[in-house]
Design a binder for this molecule. Sequence first.
Ligand code: HPA
Ligand code: ZN
Length: 337
Amino acid sequence: MQDFIQKLPKVELHLHIEGTLEPELMFELAKRNQVNIPFNTPEEVRAAYQFTNLQSFLDIYYQGADVLIHEQDFFDLTWAYLLRCQADHVIHTEIFFDPQTHTARGIAFETIINGISGALTKAKQELGISSHLIMCFLRHLSEADAIETLQQALPYKDKIIGVGLDSSEKGHPPEKFTRVFQMARDAGFIPVAHAGEEGPASNIDDALNLLGVQRVDHGVRCVEDEKLVQQLAETRMPLTVCPLSNIKLCVFDNMQQHNIVELLRKGLCVTINSDDPAYFGGYMTDNFMAVANAHPMSHSELAQFTLNAIEASFISAEEKSRMTSEVTAYLSNFRAA
Ligand code: HPA
Ligand code: ZN
């Protein structure tokens, strides 16, 4: 199973680039940029990654991002993630970034976007990995702040396919961002949002109805509303589920309790993703392995997670068809061998 999962072509749809900052790179950048961090070794950083909920993670995650200052830093961060993609047979990835985390510290929008997209271009050319970028609004900040961020993004519209919504879900429901999502949709950005991670199933309904999202990030609390589950299955509305993240942030007690396989078998378009792999203990292969170890599953069910991700991605119909063929060929070659 390990070998099948390792080499299975994968598509990632829920990945925060700031969440790929490994402690070693954090130290290197802290030194390079003369930023103080409250740790003495990368091991000390890892030991601090004991979270009790989403907020306890976010506090340490935003602090970690302080070492990112120059375009080269954003490039190095993104390139390191893309090398992980190569190792894990990720053929396409749709990446979130949080501009407000950086612009609030005086970093120019241009610095962030040029660093990240420089690495994405190089990965397409040298590694054959395709990608899209999605800009997230931080939901603990105001809608006015999000609108300002949307305006800063307009000159870079060709580099950003969509807008998302992340950070603290409790106390910051989708309705707070109705206007900025309308503006983003009018400007041609594809909307997605985190909903139903720590917040109730009604946040998923509201993300669909008030924000018009085309994918729901996490969405695992949909099971609290039977009618919603049925609707998600019928409409094939994608959920970008992050198994290791959900365990680390105590959304489920353990992987046996996780509902991703139950949702797959109910016909929902669920996908496997790594969210913030440097903080949650694993990249794409690790997430697939963790689910497979806790839930006995067939090879074709495992491959279905990739087929769902291709269906849920924002690539062209031609690219979807090419990637689908790649996965079905992999599955039949594996069976023949
Ligand atoms: N939820 C909300 N905000 C986030 C997450 C998440 O899983 N990861 C990074 N920012
Ligand atoms: Zn996330």
